[in-house]
Design a protein. Structure first.
Ligand SMILES: Cc1cc2nc3c(=O)[nH]c(=O)nc-3n(C[C@H](O)[C@H](O)[C@H](O)COP(=O)(O)OP(=O)(O)OC[C@H]3O[C@@H](n4cnc5c(N)ncnc54)[C@H](O)[C@@H]3O)c2cc1C
Length: 311
């Protein structure tokens, strides 16, 4: 773990007093012991935040941004800290705002195939809530069970099924966000065609907390497929697997998952992970989804496309 010193690891006295007046001790963490666990993420880097805010509503986020802006103190958004890049580590000090308490599912609208959520809702909890309606939200990074929707959106997370359903940018209809100027903006809407005006929704998705703090998201849900069937194809080398990917994407049945492993990954999966797969120069995991009566047709088409030199 690396340690970083920064000029903003303590708050100016006036700001500290202002924040203490606005937020109770349950929401504003000031003691070193409380701040410590918000100084790192999955990157194993560490830098101590000057303060941590755990807001439970948008009004608190607005208040924080306006106060920090007046004092020139940076703010770092945090979902669940699962990113591996140090994106939530306050390397330049400042206040970490963790959205873990803004985790409500505000609206589930199966008839409109959408959900409105707060940013701290876990992706896995959203999927559980959508499932009884036979719906799902396509972005499914492998960290879905313990990463937040806000963090997913800020990273434009995808996951194995992005090949068919797209990443967050393709599955977010609208956002409410607090800008660095301390304004609440709303962009996008509840419809899949919102053609008027600038597309700020797509601009904010993937901006990793640098443009605005996401405080609400309207998400496009998709019908949960009846059936999923997976294939595993082993190739002599990476070139053969790459040629198979080109054949798979050139035919009509879009795979719902297409994951690639090179020979070294295959070796590690066998030798370290204990996976029961033969040695190979490359591997593709291919999945088809859809209606139970047609998924076999898609699988057969994918199987034909996967076959070729080097298989
Ligand atoms: C085991 C594992 C597997 C993964 N697999 C995939 C994968 O298959 N595909 C893929 O695309 N990604 C994958 N990821 C990365 C994944 O996308 C991120 O870990 C996840 O999206 C981050 O969510 P989080 O809640 O932990 O956010 P954090 O890590 O806390 O934050 C991530 C970024 O979002 C910003 N942020 C968080 N909340 C907000 C907010 N409300 N407003 C503005 N900015 C905000 C932060 O400032 C930071 O820049 C994987 C990660 C792990 C650990």
């Amino acid at each position: 773990m690396s340690l970083t010193c920064n000029p903003h690891d303590t708050l100016p006295d006036a700001l500290r007093k202002q924040l203490a007046r606005c937020f109770d001790a349950n929401a504003l963490l000031l003691s070193p012991a409380q701040r410590l666990s918000y100084g790192y993420d999955n990157s194993r880097q560490f830098a101590m935040p000057a303060a941590v805010l755990l807001p439970h509503e948008t009004a608190q986020v607005l208040e924080l941004v306006r106060a920090c802006r007046a004092h020139g103190i940076p703010i770092i958004a945090r979902g669940r800290g699962t990113n591996t890049t140090g994106a939530t580590v306050p390397l330049h000090g400042g206040v970490v705002v963790s959205f873990e308490r803004m985790n409500r599912l505000l609206r589930m609208a199966p008839e409109d195939r959408l959900a409105v959520v707060e940013p701290g809702l876990l992706n896995g909890d959203l999927q559980q809530a959508a499932k009884p309606h036979a719906l799902f939200w396509p972005p499914d990074p492998t960290s879905a069970a313990y990463s937040s929707v806000g963090g997913n959106i800020a990273c434009n997370a995808g996951g194995p099924r992005a090949v068919k359903y797209g990443a967050c940018r393709d599955n977010v209809l609208g956002l409410a966000a607090v800008t660095g100027a301390g304004d609440l903006i709303r962009c996008g809407g509840a419809t899949s065609k919102a053609a008027s005006g600038y597309d700020f929704t797509r601009f904010i998705v993937g901006s990793e907390g640098t443009l605005a703090l996401i405080v609400e998201a309207t998400l496009a849900l998709r019908p949960l497929p009846d059936a999923r069937r997976a294939l595993r194809a082993l190739y002599a080398d990476v070139e053969s697997a790459a040629a198979a990917v080109a054949r798979l994407m050139a035919q009509a049945h879009t795979p719902s998952m297409l994951e690639f492993m090179d020979g070294e990954c295959v070796r590690l999966a066998r030798e370290i992970g204990g996976a029961d797969i033969p040695a190979a120069g490359a591997l593709l995991m291919i999945e088809a989804d859809g209606d139970a009566s047609t998924v076999d047709i898609a699988v057969a088409a994918l199987e034909r496309a996967a076959c070729g030199p080097g298989l």
